[in-house]
Design a protein around this ligand. Sequence first.
Ligand SMILES: [Mg+2]
Length: 133
Amino acid sequence: MEQTHKPKALIVDDSRAVRMILARNLRELGYETGEAGDGVEALRLLTADPGGFSLALVDWNMPEMNGMELLRAVRADARLAALTVLMVTTETEIEHMAAALDAGANEYVMKPFTREILFDKLQLAGLGPLGQS
Ligand SMILES: [Mg+2]
């Protein structure tokens, strides 16, 4: 059977505008996208379908459960071991990124970003161009 399955990315950000931008960029890079507005919702979606998402883009500052708390919860769950986590941060939060990488984030990208920067960061995280040769 021909494989038509696209990889899935979960976009986790409390800003609907940022989620929309990221979703558009990721769809252009060949992903299906899901969205969550905070860490609690994200963790619920991720654990409901372990392995369903191959990538999570995680905002730092969110209500309920912030990006670092979500990252720690993901890395503590063996079912989610294959999930690539890209932190999405602002310049004022950049000081936290060393801790995020220590806690198991694969890469981070700073807002505002272009699709090219996002693409480069995904490649650095080991995710190549999808649906392209
Ligand atoms: Mg935020």
